[in-house]
Design a protein around this ligand. Structure first.
Ligand SMILES: *[C@@H]1O[C@H](CO)[C@@H](O)[C@H](O)[C@H]1NC(C)=O
Ligand SMILES: *[C@@H]1O[C@H](CO)[C@@H](O)[C@H](O)[C@H]1NC(C)=O
Ligand SMILES: *[C@@H]1O[C@H](CO)[C@@H](O)[C@H](O)[C@H]1NC(C)=O
Length: 217
């Protein structure tokens, strides 16, 4: 009886651990690497499709929060407590879905970059599908830390309610540069080649991360 009680509790504890594990222990589920590497392959053509096919210095209007760079990540890691990779990763999906939608919106039906951009959108969706599947559904219902919630609200605000001061102009190429660089940073386990590690080492991503790890230990 006692034994049964104990093993029941143990089982419960183990189960709880197991449910938390994907978030606490594996910042990037390994299954994410295949769709993310495909996305990376496709993003490697961004200069051609996002620069050469557009007028010189062409910019589009985006939400302030859609400018999501490595410096944002490092700043938040330093200044905001209780942020997990998982929160950044969710934000990354939301931001970049929005960015791709905005780029697609300015292109006429037969623009030469349109199929490319819709393919990116599809690939991002695929990656997000795997992301959602590889976490227990509860974690998506948990409250977001305030700092993340504020950004979330900004990103999902109806365009006509966004104040004039909250818009930014950015070139499609620079937006996709951010898309790509933050992907290397937030899903670094999938991009652990010497080349990207060198890149991350000298970037804000790794610096902030080391500091955050020290602060947590
Ligand atoms: C995207 O990547 C996949 C896999 O590497 C490739 O088959 C496809 O042609 C790429 N598409 C573009 C537009 O780069
Ligand atoms: C594009 O921007 C650069 C740098 O701001 C500027 O020097 C150049 O004249 C601009 N080109 C055009 C065509 O507006
Ligand atoms: C990133 O930082 C800029 C300021 O440099 C800010 O305007 C923007 O909202 C930030 N983006 C996010 C997603 O926090």
């Amino acid at each position: 009886m006692v034994q049964r009680f104990i093993s029941g509790r143990l089982l419960g504890a183990l189960l709880g651990l197991f449910l938390l594990m994907p978030v606490l222990m594996a910042p990037t589920p390994p299954s994410m690497c295949t769709p993310l590497r495909t996305l990376d392959d496709n993003l490697s053509h961004r200069r051609r499709y996002m620069k050469h096919n557009f007028p010189v210095n062409y910019t589009i209007r985006v939400h302030r929060e859609e400018v999501f760079k490595l410096s944002n990540i490092s700043r938040m890691r330093l200044n905001v407590d209780n942020l997990e990779e998982f929160h950044f990763q969710r934000m990354w999906f939301l931001v970049n879905h929005g960015v791709l939608k905005r780029i697609i919106r300015v292109m006429p039906e037969r623009h030469p970059s349109r199929p490319y951009t819709t393919e990116l959108e599809k690939r991002l969706q695929d990656a997000e599908g795997v992301f959602v599947q590889s976490h227990p559904p509860e974690v998506f219902q948990q409250e977001l830390p305030d700092a993340v919630q504020d950004i979330w609200d900004g990103l999902t605000e109806e365009s006509d309610r966004v104040p004039e001061s909250s818009w930014r102009f950015a070139s499609p190429k620079s937006l996709l540069d951010n898309f790509c660089h933050t992907m290397y940073c937030l899903f670094s386990e999938c991009f652990a080649t010497t080349e990207t590690l060198d890149y991350l080492d000298t970037s804000h991503c790794q610096k902030g991360r080391k500091k955050a790890l020290r602060a947590n230990s």
